[in-house]
Ligand binder design. Structure first.
Ligand code: C2E
Ligand code: MG
Ligand code: MG
Ligand code: MG
Length: 283
């Protein structure tokens, strides 16, 4: 709990300016230390892959898993991705981390039944590197995972800076049969034109809409609209963050084709045992 407090903004510190600034200093020092540690995380084998099931709405059958990165820090323990991914993006460690996740995810999934897919999150920094598509191709070749079983989850921020080259990358990935997923849909910019301009196979509705549905009717209307959009475009729509049976009932009624969330399973750390189809540990 003490570690978690360090990650939080200390903007509540009022009055004593000296105390306030030393607080910020210590936060900056902590971040720099994490940045340095992160640089060695792959080599020191501190990264873990956690997998969370993705289910079909029609019968709750598991169609795949999303790979979620975990960092087990030797001192601070489990550092959440929302903390270390932004640090990795700033420092450049994201390239090594991203390749590790891709390789580990593909090497794990190749041992699963051939109708079970693996989804990997891609950082905009990684996505914009000129070698990204060839790195993906090389890892598929190396691990032997059929490309159509790999889904790459990208967010709208991947598409913002340079739309023309983003389209080129997506087309290259598509041409080698990798699936492309729009993650956290509804929270970024110009969502609708992105769906028209870029070739997505699947949309994931951000879990903030699912969480807000019971107290906010407009959240449910947005879920309905996105599901309708997916239906018209002929692509799958996933409801993220489904935690209760009531949320499940609503998102299915509104037309979501796939479901993900604690109701179906939390992310579970996979290890060597996963390679014979058994999942181990928890995250
Ligand atoms: P995301 O890709 O949207 O992943 C879904 C997040 O929602 C995961 O958090 C997952 O544990 C959480 N989640 C799933 N079901 C539920 C639920 O029912 N309730 C709640 N409250 N949460 C749920 P996690 O693992 O902490 O990851 C957070 C974010 O970090 C991810 O969001 C993704 O943007 C990023 N991330 C994780 N792994 C990687 C990675 O390997 N590479 C990159 N670039 N980003 C990653
Ligand atoms: Mg994701
Ligand atoms: Mg998401
Ligand atoms: Mg997210």
């Amino acid at each position: 709990a003490a570690d978690v407090a360090l990650y939080r903004s200390k903007s509540t510190g009022r009055g004593n300016a000296v105390f306030y600034s030393s607080d910020i200093d210590s936060e900056i020092r902590h971040r720099r230390a994490l940045e340095a540690d992160l640089h060695h995380a792959v080599q020191r084998r501190e990264l873990r892959l956690a997998c969370q099931p993705l289910c079909r709405a029609s019968d709750n059958g598991c169609v795949g898993y999303e790979a979620l990165l975990r960092w087990v820090h030797p001192v601070h323990g489990m550092v959440p991705p929302d903390v270390f991914i932004p640090i990795a993006e700033e420092s450049g460690s994201i390239f090594a981390l991203g390749e590790w996740v891709l390789r580990e995810a593909c090497a794990t999934a190749v041992h699963w039944p051939d109708d079970v897919s693996i989804a990997v999150n891609v950082s905009p920094v990684q996505f914009r590197s000129t070698s990204f598509a060839s790195v993906v191709g090389a890892i598929l070749a190396e691990t032997g995972l059929p490309p159509e079983r790999l889904e790459l989850e990208i967010t709208e921020s991947c598409l913002m800076k340079d739309r023309a080259s983003a389209l080129t990358v997506l087309k290259r990935l598509r041409s080698i049969d990798v699936r492309i997923v729009m993650d956290d849909f509804g929270t970024g910019y110009s969502s609708l034109s992105n769906l028209q301009s870029f070739p997505f196979d699947k949309i994931k509705i951000d879990r903030s809409f699912i969480a807000a549905m019971d107290r906010d009717r407009s959240a449910r209307a947005i879920v309905r609209a996105i599901a309708g959009l997916g239906r018209s475009l002929g692509i799958a729509v996933v409801a993220e963050g489904v935690e209760t049976a009531e949320q499940r009932r609503i998102v299915v009624e509104e037309g979501c084709t796939h479901l993900q969330g604690y109701l179906f399973g939390r992310p579970v750390v996979v290890g060597e045992a996963a390679k014979d189809g058994r999942l181990k540990g928890s995250a």
